[in-house]
Ligand binder design. Structure first.
Ligand SMILES: *[C@@H]1O[C@H](CO)[C@@H](O)[C@H](O)[C@H]1NC(C)=O
Ligand SMILES: *[C@@H]1O[C@H](CO)[C@@H](O)[C@H](O)[C@H]1NC(C)=O
Ligand SMILES: *[C@@H]1O[C@H](CO)[C@@H](O)[C@H](O)[C@H]1NC(C)=O
Ligand SMILES: *[C@@H]1O[C@H](CO)[C@@H](O)[C@H](O)[C@H]1NC(C)=O
Ligand SMILES: *[C@@H]1O[C@H](CO)[C@@H](O)[C@H](O)[C@H]1NC(C)=O
Ligand SMILES: *[C@@H]1O[C@H](CO)[C@@H](O)[C@H](O)[C@H]1NC(C)=O
Ligand SMILES: *[C@@H]1O[C@H](CO)[C@@H](O)[C@H](O)[C@H]1NC(C)=O
Length: 414
């Protein structure tokens, strides 16, 4: 009996403007507010806002760069700092400017920076959380005073810099475009308008971030003793140039592997166990997140040990579920040497007319970790139901041991 998998889903057919069908509009927006013009200098407030549903910016964080069109010089900055001062020798004698580079790179300050160097919403060490995980920490703001270019092309108007970069692998930023000026309030009563506001949209592409995938998926089910491993060479092949020696040497060479185990069947419900393993010896993943696509996510009854939310990316289509860790419990996925795994069990309702164990229905359609899509096994290898479909509810405690053995090989140190 041939098993037929239909992997064409609604969201694959929708044309996407970004690069990610699970968050098609996701972007990081830079907003540049000109809030006062002092003749030869200008005060600007720059904000970064992470408008992505699940992808976050983790340590070491953003490094915002741009190119001035003239010989502008940053005189002072609050809430962030330029990485390098550059050549300021033309300002002899006097107090030196903050940054004289043609292409400055701005870095965030650390939490706990002295109060007189801060602005509201600053100093998070470059980390930006996602909309779903903690929207309140998804932004960063700094202020600066800069000296206008000595030869200003258009009298009076501002000369917006260009060629913005975020300094985070995978992001590319568009051309600045003028938007209706931002309003702001200091006291909650009076609203002031800035002079001009410009936005820059930066979009993530997994291909730009990394030439190879970074995670893979393995599968198993209580009704079949076969463990379908991560596809060989999912992320790289052992011994190939570029195969990192900081990851546990496995047949898949992925820093992250995810195991989806269909664990148990009850009268009205079924249970899945999801384990995320960090194969990396040198990296902790803080604020990690996992996004999976499964039609039964519409009827999740209970999720143990993880946070869970469905993402309504396409109006009523809630097959996309996001998991992330509980603060101070498992929101950090530690290195391979330090118990590097986290796991959850999910209880789902068996919806009439839809739920089934055959045809691979109980397995995920797609999984991403920290916003990067993981390599799935080929559908024709999925564990199948025994032909005499007697479903036992025993679990297989040996599965994880054998999985471990499967994925481990001698570590090459070269
Ligand atoms: C940026 O993301 C937000 C939130 O998803 C979206 O509303 C907005 O349209 C996006 N902007 C662009 C220019 O794509
Ligand atoms: C921005 O980048 C383009 C293409 O690399 C370059 O031609 C242009 O001169 C840059 N702009 C500035 C102000 O450096
Ligand atoms: C700095 O700029 C001045 C001209 O403004 C130049 O004479 C000097 O060589 C530069 N110094 C360095 C280290 O580049
Ligand atoms: C500009 O960016 C801000 C977020 O920083 C956003 O709220 C606003 O809607 C954007 N404006 C336009 C016209 O895209
Ligand atoms: C990972 O986190 C643990 C516990 O917080 C810490 O002891 C360890 O040094 C970290 N390792 C790396 C490589 O950052
Ligand atoms: C969303 O789904 C519910 C229940 O499945 C249905 O009643 C409702 O009409 C749907 N809404 C839209 C906008 O499709
Ligand atoms: C378990 O699934 C595999 C496919 O991955 C299949 O070849 C095998 O026959 C199944 N075992 C049983 C006992 O049904």
């Amino acid at each position: 009996m041939a098993t037929i998998f239909i992997f064409i889903f609604f969201f694959f057919l929708v044309p996407s403007y970004g690069f990610d069908s699970l968050d098609p509009l996701g972007n990081i927006t830079i907003t540049w507010d000109y809030f006062s013009d002092n003749g030869n200098s200008v005060d600007v407030r720059v904000s970064l806002n992470n408008l992505q549903l699940f992808r976050h910016v983790e340590e070491p964080g953003w490094n915002l760069g741009w190119a001035w069109k003239g010989d502008e010089v940053i005189w002072a900055m609050l809430g962030a700092e330029a990485k390098e001062q550059g050549n300021c020798t033309r300002f002899r004698g006097q107090q030196k400017p903050h940054c004289c580079q043609k292409e400055p790179v701005i870095i965030d300050l650390m939490p706990g920076t002295p109060y007189n160097m801060q602005t509201a919403n600053c100093c998070k060490g470059g980390v930006l959380t996602s909309l779903k995980q903690d929207h309140s920490k998804g932004g960063a703001t700094f202020q600066m005073n800069y000296i206008k270019a000595s030869v200003s092309d258009s009298g009076g108007s501002f000369s917006m810099p260009e060629n913005f970069t975020l300094g985070v692998p995978g992001y590319s930023c568009g051309t600045p475009f003028q938007v209706p000026p931002t309003k702001f309030t200091k006291d909650g009563h009076r609203w002031q308008q800035v002079l001009e506001t410009w936005n820059v949209t930066c979009i993530y592409s997994q291909f730009l971030a990394s030439p190879t995938p970074t995670c893979c998926v393995s599968l198993s089910a209580f009704y079949n003793s076969t463990i379908v491993p991560c596809p060989t060479c999912s992320c790289n092949c052992q011994g190939l140039p570029g195969a990192t020696n900081c990851v546990e040497c496995s047949h898949h060479m992925c820093p992250i592997s995810i195991h989806w185990h269909v664990k148990q069947s009850y009268k009205e419900h079924w249970r899945v166990k999801i384990t995320i393993t960090n194969m990396n010896f040198v990296k902790n993943y803080s604020q990690w997140n996992l996004v999976a696509v499964h039609p039964n996510f519409r009827s999740v009854t209970q999720v143990f040990s993880f946070n869970f939310q469905t993402l309504s990316v396409y109006a009523n289509f809630s097959d996309i579920g996001m998991f992330w860790g509980l603060p101070y419990y498992n929101d950090r996925l530690l290195t391979h040497g330090e118990n590097g795994h986290v796991q959850t069990e999910v209880l789902l309702h068996k919806d009439r007319g839809e739920f089934r164990f055959n045809e691979g229905w109980s397995f995920p359609r797609k999984i991403s970790f920290n916003g990067d899509e993981c390599v799935m096994p080929s559908p024709d290898a999925y564990p199948t139901l025994p032909n005499t479909a007697h479903i036992s509810t025993t679990t297989l405690p040996t599965i994880f041991l054998s999985l471990l053995l499967l994925s481990i090989c001698s570590t090459s140190l070269e």
